[in-house]
Each structure stands twice: as C-alpha cells, then as structure tokens.
Design a protein around this ligand. Structure first.
Ligand SMILES: Cc1cc2nc3c(=O)[nH]c(=O)nc-3n(C[C@H](O)[C@H](O)[C@H](O)COP(=O)(O)OP(=O)(O)OC[C@H]3O[C@@H](n4cnc5c(N)ncnc54)[C@H](O)[C@@H]3O)c2cc1C
Length: 278
C-alpha cells in the first residue's frame, strides 16, 4: 500500500521550483515508474510535486553545437527523436529498449538519471558523450557533469530543492557509435549488462575510443584505461584481445568477484570484440 501524501501538480517550472523549496519531505514525480515502486516498498515523503505536465522541460532541440534534452522527455520521446537518432544513436537505441512500451511512454530520461540505478539504460550512452546536467532551484542554476552527479548506486548530488531540467549532450561527429544490452529475456526486463561505444578510426587504426559499461559495477563507468590503450593502435586481433582482458581486469578491480561474472564477463568480452572489430 502507498503511504499517505499530498500532491501538487506544477503547471510551470517556476511553480515546481517554488514547491520543492517550500514543502517539507518533498519528492518530485515525473513518470512515477521508479518512485511509486519505492514508495510501495516504504520510502516516505509527505508531499509530491508532479512535473509530468511541464512542457518547458520536455523538448529535444539543438542549441549551437549542443543537443539539449528536457529531463521530462520520456524514453519514447528520446528514442523517436530525429535529432537524437541522427546525433546520439547510442542513446536512441538505449531508450528504445527500456522496459516495455508502457514504461517507455511514462518513464522519463530525467527520472532515469536521478534514480541512478546501476542498470539504468540511459547512463552508458550519456557517459560516452560526457553529458552534463542542468539543475535548477529558486536559488539559481548549476551545471554538473553526469560523471560527478552519480555519487553511488541510487544516490546523486541533487538537493531536495533542486529539479533536473535539461541534459546537455555533445554529438560525436565522425565516430561510429552504438549501444547493446543483455537481459534475461528479450524485453520487459532490466539490463544485466550494457555497453555503449563511440569509435573513430582511420587507416586501420583507432584514433579515439569511448566505451561505457553498465550493470556490471556499482555505477556505470567509462573504461578509460582501455580507451587510452586503444588510441593509436592498429585494429588487429591481438590488440582487441588485450582490450577485452583489460576491461575485465578493470571491472574485477572495481567490484571484486561476483557470482554473475561467470557469465557476464565472457559476454562482455564477446561484445567488445565485436564492437572493436567493427
Ligand atoms: C516494469 C519496469 C521495467 C523497467 N525497465 C527498465 C529498463 O529496461 N531500463 C531502465 O533503464 N529502466 C527501467 N525501468 C526504470 C524506470 O522506468 C526508469 O528509471 C524511468 O526512466 C524513471 O523515470 P520516471 O519519470 O518514471 O521517474 P520517477 O519514478 O517519477 O522518479 C524517479 C526519481 O527521480 C526523481 N525525479 C524524476 N524526475 C526528476 C527531475 N526532473 N528532477 C529531479 N528529480 C526528478 C524522483 O523524485 C525520483 O526520486 C523499469 C521500471 C519498471 C517499473
């Protein structure tokens, strides 16, 4: 059963910010696909500010070299956006695979980031794009890199009086990029392992490589050691095999040994091999 709470439906961003700065024990709700589950499990709050009607933070547009995604855009909005399809294909693919059609229609990208699950599908693509987040409160606006925003699993640096409004993404021109996830079943299931990549190649050589892995470590992470190792090396079997070994070692260093690694790590090596071979 849900605990008792009072709900405020914000019609504007200003109303939402005023509500979160004045009400006590307050939570923002967007699609509710995470928050409702947590509240049923006993998470308490006495006030809820519903931002699902805020068109101000739902758009997806370009602003100079930057793509600006409203935190209130649903996974469906993101996966169907031409701008995202053309400029951030890994994110388009990731959001298009979240949960089920119902979850994609309700769940927002902002909620996915603030919930900060290790299995959140939008994280790995946004990490390879060095995305940053715009956080607003009545006191002002701040920008924080996604990499710094997530402090630990299910915990971010967001304050109770703040709202995540926008996500800033830099397109990676000249890279081939993608996203792959492994689930227990084909759909309707969270990722057991996910990989986002963006690779720039020239003359049989890796010019730049960005790889992020989700659902393996407490937080999705950029495999920076492997990225650095690959830059400037030839695209050949020995190099690719060494990269696979390095990424597995890095995960074990972060997390230690886990029962799921028996299947996850060989699968990850396989995905990486496929991705790096091109
Ligand atoms: C059956 C099912 C399957 C799922 N499958 C997947 C899956 O495959 N992949 C995946 O990644 N996720 C999956 N999810 C998780 C979920 O749908 C996502 O995390 C969703 O994106 C959360 O967005 P929301 O709008 O529903 O957030 P809410 O539940 O409304 O909020 C989540 C948290 O974020 C905060 N919040 C939301 N928006 C803002 C904002 N703009 N500013 C500040 N705080 C905010 C809330 O206060 C709350 O703490 C699944 C969930 C269910 C129930």
């Amino acid at each position: 059963m849900l605990p008792e709470f009072q709900s405020v439906r914000a019609k504007t961003k200003a109303e939402a910010l005023s509500a979160v700065s004045t009400l006590e024990h307050v939570k923002i709700i967007a699609g509710g696909t995470d928050l409702m589950v947590r509240m049923r499990r006993g998470e308490l709050c006495t006030h809820i500010v519903d931002i699902s009607g805020l068109s101000e933070i739902r758009g997806i547009e370009t602003n100079g070299p930057m793509i600006v995604v409203g935190a209130g855009a649903t996974h469906r909005d993101v996966s169907m956006s031409r701008i995202i399809n053309e400029n951030v294909p890994s994110l388009s693919r990731a959001c298009g695979q979240v949960g089920s059609p119902q979850i994609r229609n309700m769940g927002t990208i902002g909620g996915n980031l603030v919930n900060a699950s290790p299995a959140a599908d939008s994280l790995a693509p946004l990490l390879i794009h060095d995305a940053s987040l715009i956080l607003e409160s009545e006191g002002g606006t701040r920008e924080e890199r996604l990499e710094d925003f997530i402090v630990r699993p299910y915990e971010t640096s967001i304050r109770d009086d703040e709202m995540l409004s926008f996500i800033h993404i830099k397109p990676l021109k000249g890279y081939r990029e993608g996203y792959k996830r492994v689930t227990k079943r084909a759909t309707w299931s969270i990722s057991r392992l996910s990989v986002a990549w963006a690779i720039k190649e020239e003359g049989g050589c890796y010019m730049d490589v960005k790889i992020a892995v989700g659902s393996c470590t407490p937080m999705p992470f950029r495999a920076k050691e492997v990225e650095q190792f690959l830059v400037g090396r030839n695209i050949e079997e020995g190099v690719i095999r060494e990269a696979g070994k390095m990424i597995v070692d890095e995960i074990r260093r972060i997390t230690g040994e886990r029962p799921s690694f028996v299947y996850k790590l060989p699968v990850l090596k396989g995905i990486l091999h496929e991705v790096l071979r091109g």
